[in-house]
Design a protein around this ligand. Sequence first.
Ligand code: GSH
Length: 217
Amino acid sequence: MPMTLVIANKAYSSWSLRPWILMRHFNIAFDEIVIPLGREESRAEILLHSPSGKCPALRDGGVSVWESLAIIEYLAERHPDCAIWPREKAARAQARSLAAEMHSGFVGLRAHLPMNMRRPVRRFELTPEAAADVARLEQAFAQARKEFGDGGTFLFGDFCAADAMFAPVVNRLHVYDVAVTPPTRAYMDAMMALPAWLAWSADAAAEEWIIEKYERA
Ligand SMILES: N[C@@H](CCC(=O)N[C@@H](CS)C(=O)NCC(=O)O)C(=O)O
């Protein structure tokens, strides 16, 4: 029986995008349940699948996992055949550090520039906190690419869990037309050309739900 991934709106749910793009990219079979946020019944519906009341959540038979990063670790254990984390120890350590940094940080960017897959590209002034986050992102991307990126176009060469964690950031940098260096732009373009990215974007474009608070920026 395939696993079930419970996610929120594809237009807005950055945390949902992370495990989804990873599973799709690695051809890991799953069914999905989309629970649109912002309705009276949203929380009760999510709680049926996720004890935290937040998406994403993964169900694998009797196993239940929530929190995006825990889901990614579960997938890596379940599919040792897929290079979900880089195979090489030093690369893997850095990839895990970056994934954890993304999971717990970049609050200025996340709060100021919500992910919005349908937003037309339009410049939006950054707060100092968001600008500092962008500077750190670019530094982190450049370091990973320099040390470990030789074999491909992603942070550690081939697409891996660290890239999945940064996928929503790529949307933010793109749609808010953030000024970035050419290597960061090349990384963004590689991400946005992935079949899994295009599939998520198409589904997001087809969604009818609009949540005003994510449309203000
Ligand atoms: N730390 C969680 C964050 C999950 C999260 O905040 N999900 C949002 C959607 S992007 C959510 O479910 N919000 C529902 C709510 O807060 O009521 C993770 O990494 O999975």
